[in-house]
Design a protein. Structure first.
Length: 289
């Protein structure tokens, strides 16, 4: 791992997590998600009820920076403090900030948000995209954000309906409905290990002292013919789905799934012309009264 840019501060008292192949796979999905869904992320930042552009933004659970860079584009006078528990994700974020010429507007902070929080200043906007459901105690996190925000500041919570779908309902031809069976297995896994996924954050935000000013659900349907990245996004996502679903799938399902994931196979998902990205994202905009 190369050193961070001198323009991007890197704080954190916690040990640096080891770099693993799985972190590479997750980072690839995050990067592809940002590329394929850039228009939808931009529409969310444009919708936020903000009259005066913030000068300081905190991106909680920033990953590789999809939200960070969308917010920098939306608010050109702002600086973003990007917080994540993955050193490798923050490294990729800093590299991209350098490439885009915005490294002087980004500070990265390595932190476990379930533990003690580092000093993050007093932002006017806090953004948490697909990160709140990972918190061990989301209600504690909401109270911490309320304490963090400047009076009148805004907290934007963005959550996914789940992993996106890519194949038509009657595909693949050899095992129709395979993707749905993978998602059903993943839903069971999440019910046990990620119980806050799919929560209604409105009442939780109100209980933490926020005033919820808006809620919006965005339906995503991106035709694969419009972007080559869709195929690679599908490939990376289904690889991760396989890891969670393999123990519940039949041998026949696994055989066909592995053919989809084999980039050398004539049945590879990269060779399909009927792919699309289908999902939903919901955003809650909550004000610090």
């Amino acid at each position: 791992m190369t050193h961070a840019s001198p323009h991007a501060a890197h704080d954190g008292a916690h040990p640096v997590p080891q770099h693993t192949p799985d972190s590479d796979g997750q980072a690839e999905i995050l990067d592809l998600d940002a590329e394929v869904l850039a228009e939808h992320i931009a529409s969310i930042t444009a919708w936020l009820p903000i009259e005066r552009g913030p000068r300081h933004i905190v991106d909680l659970g920033c990953g590789t920076g999809a939200g960070t860079f969308a917010l920098l584009a939306r608010f050109p006078e702002a600086e973003v403090t990007a917080v994540d528990a993955s050193a490798s994700h923050l490294h990729r974020l800093r590299e991209r900030a350098e490439a885009l010429g915005v490294a002087d507007r980004v500070r990265t902070v390595l932190a476990d948000l379930d533990a003690d929080w580092p000093e993050l200043g007093q932002p006017e906007l806090v953004w948490a995209s697909a990160s709140m459901h990972h918190m061990a105690d989301p209600d504690r996190t909401l109270r911490k954000v309320h304490d963090l925000l400047s009076p009148g500041g805004l907290f934007a919570v963005v959550e996914l309906a789940g992993f996106p779908r890519f194949l038509p309902d009657n595909a693949p031809e050899e095992r129709p409905g395979l993707e749905e069976r993978c998602h059903a297995a993943l839903a069971h896994h999440h019910a046990e290990h990620v119980p806050h996924r799919g929560a209604d954050w409105g009442p939780k935000l109100a209980a933490a002292g926020f005033t919820v000013e808006g809620e919006r659900t965005i339906t995503v349907n991106v035709d694969g013919s419009h972007s080559k990245a869709v195929g690679h996004y599908a490939l990376s996502t289904l690889k991760r789905l396989r890891g969670s679903a393999a123990h519940t799938l039949t041998a026949e399902d696994l055989t066909v799934l592995d053919q989809l994931l084999d980039t050398d196979s004539p049945l590879s998902i990269l060779r399909r012309s009927d792919l699309a990205v289908r999902t939903e994202r919901t955003v809650w905009a909550a004000r610090h009264a």
